[in-house]
Design a protein around this ligand. Sequence first.
Ligand code: SF4
Length: 404
Amino acid sequence: MNAVSSVECRVSSSDSSPYSSRLTPYAQPLGVYIHIPYCLSRCHYCDFNSYRIDTGQITQYLETLAREIASRACAEAVRDRRVCSVFFGGGTPSILQASQLVGILDHCRATFTVEDDAEVSLEVNPGTVDLPKLCALREGGVTRLSAGVQAVQDRLLQRIGRAHTAWEAERAFWSMREAGFDNINLDLMFGLPDQSTDDWSETLDWAIGAGPEHISAYGLILEDGTPLQLESSRGDIGLPDEETEAAMYRLAVDRLREAGFEQYEISNFARQGFQCRHNLVYWQHQEYLGLGAGAHSFLAGRRYYNESLPARYVCAMAERGAAVAGGEVLSVEMVRSERLMLGLRLRSGLDVQAFTDLLGIQDLAASDRVARFLDDGFLRVREGRVQITERGLLVANELVVQLL
Ligand code: SF4
């Protein structure tokens, strides 16, 4: 029995899955996510499933990952599916040797039907790569790199516990170019402790000047239990106030647009043709297979998650040949709210018909709330699609909650 079919799924409401009656299942290609849960050290804001690297565990982890790839490939919802993207996330996947990463990728190619032009992305911590490693990754089939730069001021990088310097980020970027990568994302963060608007402006200037194909700009979220959140619960940690943070976001939107980037999602900006295919799988509510410790999958209307701790993940695979720790069938309500939320986060928005179907209304005029958001300029209708406006971007999450 494979990992997916062996898991017991909890039904979230009395509604059956909206996927259960579809006539042409599995027509769309699949995204594959591979989780490497190790990092050089823990950043002070991080609540991802990541652990300080334990080199003694790596070989066993990778062997287990290979077994999981083989096992999950047999599942009905995966078998014979085309794979349009493979994404190595973490953690810090670039902490592994290039040969280890290429080995996993080769295993995926031998096991799944990976499309010839599939996007193969790898998250990179600038302090963990050099030119030979990057060349080996490029040769091994990695097509896109996503570098966690966050800020270009060393004092801010230290403040949030990043394990690299601004100079290392710059050097890594130019090495990526030298290795032949023509699809690079830079991750940037605003709303950091002690970060001024000038700091953020300098970070944006540097990123635009470097000339990547894609930039992600995320505001800091103080997740429960992280060192920064604990520190802030004890007193002021110098976070920008709400107004300043909103101004930082607007600065990013304006500056990146002027520089020729298209904002295709609330926090994501790309040059034409360089939208992240893997993230679009998530945002367009398509199916994906997650492999590795703590990885989530979304297949046939069900969401699954693997054992989070690497040691438990390894044990579960060894003992029962499966690492899935649980899952749930998505109810009609969950699918509706997720599609609405994800669809409106995309700047292309939602087709009017899809939007009204999700809200269960005849037409846009049938909902007072929709009419109010349109009148107040939070939503607009362009070329048959409902889109969030500049004004709506700043309150997008709240907007969706009120719509549902
Ligand atoms: S590099 Fe990423 S995953 Fe690792 S600790 Fe920092 S934020 Fe978390």
